[in-house]
Design a protein around this ligand. Structure first.
Ligand SMILES: [Zn+2]
Length: 83
């Protein structure tokens, strides 16, 4: 899957029934829309709400990239030329 594509979950604003999952370009992603969508559960037009599908997977991936522990400080150079 191209990396600039995101899956958007379209849901009924009334009962949160999942209508469909669409794939859009990240640049065109809109999570807040004024559209109405037909919900078969409510048997009526309901305000559409959207969420990013697979958001949990994204978080899990990010958590895997934890910062590496810093290495111990720079080696101390001893100048022992006075002997
Ligand atoms: Zn509904």
């Amino acid at each position: 899957m191209p990396i600039d594509q995101v899956s958007i979950l379209r849901m009924c604003g009334g009962c949160r029934h999942e209508i469909e999952t669409i794939s859009v370009k990240k640049d065109n992603m809109r999570l807040f829309v004024d559209d109405k969508v037909w919900c078969e559960h409510c048997q009526s037009d309901q305000p559409e709400i959207r969420d990013i599908a697979g958001r949990l997977d994204t978080i899990r991936t990010e958590q895997r990239n934890y910062p590496v522990s810093p290495t111990s400080g720079p080696p101390v150079l001893s100048t022992d030329d006075e002997a």
